[in-house]
Design a protein around this ligand. Sequence first.
Ligand code: SF4
Length: 500
Amino acid sequence: MCGVVAISGSKNAPIEVLLGLMNLQHRGQDGAGVLGVDQSGYHLEKAAGLIHGTDLENNLTDCKQKQAIGHTRYATVGRGNPDLLQPFILPDDGISLAHNGNIVNYLALKEKLQEEGLIDPESFVESDSYILLLLLKRALHKCAGEKAKDYRWRSQDKSAIFDSIRMVMAQAVGGFACTGMLGDGTVIGFRDPHGIRPLMIGTKTTTDGRLERALASESVALSYLGFREIQDIHPGEAVVIYEDGTVERQIVAAERERPCMFEWVYFSRVESTMDPISVYQARFNLGIELGKHVQELGVEADVVIPVPETSRVSAIALAEQLHLPFRELLVKNRYVNRTFILDTQESREEALKRKLFPIQNEFEGKRCLIVDDSIVRGNTAKQLVKLIEQAGAREVILLSCCPPIKNPCYYGIDFPSQKELLAAGRNEEEIAKELGADRVIFQTLDGLKNALGRKNGPDAQDSLCTGCLDRGYPTDISAFERFAAQRISDKEVKQVEPKP
Ligand code: SF4
């Protein structure tokens, strides 16, 4: 998972992009990059690690380009490898790209491009995002031949840009939300045909009367920068923002909308809204739905306790639904990174030990409903149950706002191997035993769909991506096996330690 931002029409687009990316830091912490362009050429800055504290801000202060794109990286493979930081750029062709998601048929596309002689081994970057960039280059050349290098043609022949994006979309299988830039400062964006990954557009008129446009993975980044009229880019939609601020949008490859349910459950910031449910409202609804399920099961308890931070809103709603006291008795050490994003078992376990502290005495003799957003590998949950029992709880009932995650994600969330998933092949009793809890209760699939505004009924399974829950994957699945095998071998072989 990653975050993307693009700005057009600013007095200082690179800095605005950077500020936008800071608001998307939760989407990726491996490193970030910002690319600006003007008549004098490109200015590209990249840095590993969290944005705050790197030199990015200082290095971009004097960059006054009107257009820029940026990316913050979440490493599913190649953590700490600076070559994999985006945006990627083909300076001779005047195109650049930043991408959030995964291209599942990446290897087949790479082979095809190799056969056609379109991969230069000297400059090639082993990344599905780079493959998208090469596909875009090839598409632009197919649409315009030699004229593709003429930036003025691009601004004039508007249909060719959409046709090029349509060609890319027809070949790439997976979840992807991209922003890019052409050499004349034209900003482009597109979202996969099912809208698995989010992308928004916003507009603002500045105090000096300028019209600015922006794209971003989440609305919170746009709101923070003062953009209004924030809208979703639709599944399969391409958007082109010309240098003069004109915007054109076209659906070039739409299929049925199937956004990733995990964006609302865990990944996105609670201030964001997408497709078109607010994350706050979705999490509140998840709590209500889970509360109803707990009521149906006849579970009795004394107190509702959230696992900070993501599940707080759901726990409040659940406590209201059950008429039980809501108590924040697990306190987070805010200086430890989100554990999910750390990608070795040892680092996650070590981080967990430092992450949460129970308020002693408050658990004594109580039947506790502990609300978590989801249970993926179960590391956090296992550690928590131990801590709560040590604090004197009489009963520990673990509630998951998400149904059991049993299958890999191929679209950008980092749980690629089924053997890593606690719920794979286990029922609730077995999971509770594994975690040392008295009981574990999961959200139902219908509860999840209700909470996210997707109606139950015959069409319900088609309204969200639920691949990791019930194998309801929206795309062609024939390339999954090869993709997963490659990812696992990449993880084993290619991790690069960050430079000190
Ligand atoms: S498989 Fe799960 S995590 Fe992956 S995109 Fe679909 S819903 Fe999201």
